[in-house]
Design a protein around this ligand. Structure first.
Ligand code: DP6
Length: 353
């Protein structure tokens, strides 16, 4: 696709305010490694969540033309200078696509539905909510607005590209997914997955709510010289093909095999890079083993996935929720920090509030 479609026409100076909500997402096929300007080394696919969201109010007003973006940022009602550098880099990166930023002052007010120190990455939901609000200023036709929101969100945080739509989105060009692109994510068409996947629940076990020792950005960098980089690219492509088939056929057994292989591969890649690191904690391993035991004993379709941290996401269809959630509460709660967990489910993406 030609990048010029994302370039804004000049916008007459205006005062505008809007509020957007965007969800977090959990990758089933993991994005790990990037190149160029936030382009993925491999295709990824995720569930968008429903209740773990960021909500952002953007208010813009005209100002004399400057050389750089001008903004104030508030998190949960308080000024948050710590977040300024990341937002500044993001706004500078999107300048070619939103040149009106140089003629407007922005006030950005953001909040998350999930606890700040939960270890849940908020960059995907936060960047997706901000990108959605920025695109709304431009009043583009719906389809164009969605693609541009994902395109801009990607420039803030790669995985944020996948938080604009739902329930399943793909980011990264792959012949198996029509119209897929490295520049923005696309939703998987409803005819391409069994309805059971729309009912999936995600219980997030908060194993370690502390600050991560290695950021995702540093983790992605390790893929540049990674001894298994080529094998990972081949594997992710094969996993995507197999997962698409499992989604189409409603084949939960294959779904589980691929999703867990992806989670373990992500952490194996972290451990086997040139300066390896481990983000799983002893309780992460306890939980994984308990999930395997439970599945072997009950035959119920419960599986886990991990993001770049110690927390565990437990995925299962709604129709099995009663039995699975009662087991999670009785058996897995002790492995969570202060017994904390979040029950979420699959959702539909960003929306105007
Ligand atoms: C392990 O999107 O947080 O969650 O592009 O540097 O912001 P940046 O990275 P980020 O990486 C997410 C990695 C992951 C897997 C995934 O969500 O696909």
């Amino acid at each position: 696709m030609n990048l010029s479609v994302f370039k804004a026409q000049s916008l007459s100076p205006r005062t505008w305010e809007g509020t957007w909500q965007a969800p977090s997402n959990i990758a089933l096929i993991k994005y790990w490694g990037k190149h160029g300007e936030q382009l993925p080394k491999n295709p990824s696919l995720s569930f968008s969540l429903s209740d773990c969201v960021s909500q952002t109010t953007l208010a813009i007003k005209p100002r004399p033309k400057g050389n750089e973006p001008a903004f104030d940022f508030y998190f949960e009602g308080q000024p948050k200078p710590d977040f300024h550098p990341k937002i500044k880099v993001f706004l500078e990166r999107i300048l070619p696509y939103c040149p009106w930023l140089l003629e407007h002052h922005l006030r950005i007010d953001s909040q998350n539905s999930f606890p700040h120190s939960s270890g849940i990455a908020s960059s995907a939901s936060a960047m997706a909510a901000l990108a959605s609000a920025l695109v709304a200023v431009e009043e583009l036709p719906r389809e164009q607005a969605i693609a541009k929101a994902s395109f801009l969100a990607r420039l803030g945080s790669g995985s944020a590209a996948r938080s604009i739509e739902g329930p399943l989105t793909v980011w990264g060009a792959d012949p198996a997914v029509p119209n897929s692109s490295d520049l923005f994510a696309v939703p998987l068409a409803e005819s391409n997955y069994n309805p059971i996947f729309k009912t999936f629940c995600d219980t997030i076990l908060l194993i370690d709510r502390g600050q991560k020792k290695v950021s995702s950005t540093q983790g992605h960098q390790l893929m540049d010289q990674h001894p298994f980089a080529n094998a990972r690219l081949q594997q992710s492509t094969l996993h995507l093909q197999r997962l698409l088939k499992a989604l189409q056929e409603g084949d939960l057994k294959s779904f589980i095999t691929i999703v867990e292989a992806e989670a373990l591969t992500l952490h194996a890649l972290m451990m086997t890079g040139n300066s390896g690191f481990i983000l799983m904690q002893p309780n992460t391993l306890e939980v994984l083993n308990k999930v395997w035991d439970f599945r072997a004993k009950t035959g119920l379709p419960l599986c886990f996935t991990l993001d770049a941290g110690a927390n565990v996401h437990l995925l299962y269809p709604q129709k099995e929720a009663a039995q699975i959630e009662s087991w999670i509460s009785s058996t897995l709660k002790p492995f969570c920090q202060e017994g904390q967990m979040i029950h979420d489910r699959v959702g539909t993406g960003a929306k105007k509030v």
